[in-house]
Ligand binder design. Structure first.
Ligand SMILES: [Fe+2]
Length: 369
């Protein structure tokens, strides 16, 4: 079963009816679109990390108790360039490619996002448009019905096309129809711009910003009625290593380092004013938020936590093939941080494991800004 995770899919699928076990409720109908890595080799060359696999878009159409399925490889520039050359042309999260690039190109490409993003992580539906996305800020649009790739979304807003990072998972408010994300630009410090993405146009409008001691890894956020919640976890980008990463044959992933002594910070960004309130806890790593909401003047957030980011290293394909997905090794804990207060007084939070009724531990989460 493990091997299916890193086994390349050889071909696309046109509409086919899927075998169903059990019964699908009659009232359930609609389309489920998924994105994910599906091809891990180009010619004789292999991608290194599970996150690097070339994107395949999957569509499950559910109607009248039946499910039809189709899939297509995303024809991103990365995919086209590499498969045409039969060679891995672009470096990605865990793969360094094109060792023949000139020194000039190696240096000046260090700070840029992959020239042709593979966008293999998630999707962003925005009004009547839909795009494949990753933690690099490129977005590749495709047709909702046919899954045919339309091409990279060109940003003509004030941020342009040069911002390197934005999380694969945006936040969406179905009441205001606003999409929230963050743009990150690597530098000696962390520079994060919080943006709302306009419906259908993808124009990104800033509503707040944050300067942090370092650029840190981010993959998802949370949203409440009044706050966009940005978590600054201590997986720090070493800017000097990034600068020389191509000379040293170091992939992006290897430029990040775990600094648990710095703790994890919760930044509550006011959705209207952009004002930031910051709370700090002991260090944890996370990919995904689950939910966030407000009760009175308290803000609650549910997260899937890991004690450290070693899960990333274990998703290198050689390790994955060697060790498989060992049950329990990287189990996350669903936990809830609660009682961030809007009041000015300093506050603390109880860290609660949702799977049990009892509080397993208590921890102070101090407001620091
Ligand atoms: Fe994710």
């Amino acid at each position: 079963m493990d091997s299916l995770i890193y086994k390349s899919v050889e071909k696309e699928t046109s509409n086919c009816n899927l075998e169903i076990q059990g019964q699908i409720p009659e009232w359930l109908s609609g389309d489920l679109i998924r994105n994910g890595p599906a091809k891990f080799e180009v010619g004789a060359y292999k991608l290194n990390h599970w996150f690097d696999g070339y994107s395949m878009i999957h569509k499950f159409s559910i109607q009248n108790g039946k499910v039809s399925y189709k899939s297509k490889f995303l024809q991103s520039k990365d995919y086209i360039r590499s498969t045409s050359a039969n060679y891995i042309k672009n470096r990605s999260w865990g793969t360094v490619a094109d060792p023949c690039a000139s020194i000039f190109n190696k240096f000046f490409s260090a700070f840029s996002k992959p020239e042709a993003s593979n966008a293999s992580v998630s999707i962003l539906k925005n009004g009547n448009r839909i795009a494949a996305v990753s933690d690099f800020s490129s977005m590749v649009e495709f047709d909702f019905n046919t899954l045919e790739t339309k091409g990279d979304i060109k940003f003509s807003d004030q941020f342009g096309n040069d911002y390197m990072f934005s999380a694969a998972h945006s936040c969406y408010d179905p009441e205001t129809k606003e999409i929230y994300n963050c743009l990150g630009k690597p530098g000696p410090k962390g520079n994060f711009s919080f943006v709302k993405i306009s419906e259908s146009t993808f124009e990104r409008k800033p509503f707040g910003s944050l300067s942090a001691p370092k650029h840190t890894y981010f993959h998802s956020y949370a949203l409440t009625k009044n706050y966009f919640i940005f978590l600054e976890q201590p997986l720090e980008l070493n800017i000097w290593q990034l600068m020389f990463s191509r000379f040293l044959n170091r992939p992006y992933e290897a430029c990040y380092h775990w600094k648990p002594e710095n703790g994890t910070k919760f930044h509550l960004v006011n959705r209207i004013t952009g004002e930031v309130k910051t709370f700090k806890s002991s260090a944890f790593f996370f990919f995904h938020t689950v939910n966030a909401f407000e009760e009175g003047d308290e803000v609650l957030i549910d997260l899937c936590l890991y004690k450290d980011p070693s899960v990333i290293k274990d998703l290198y394909l050689d390790k994955l093939k060697q060790n498989g997905l060992k049950k329990g090794k990287h189990e996350f804990t669903l936990q809830s941080y609660n009682k961030f207060t809007n009041r000015n007084s300093r506050s603390y939070s109880a860290l609660r494991r949702l799977s049990g009724s009892a509080f397993l531990q208590h921890e102070k989460v101090m407001q620091i800004l």
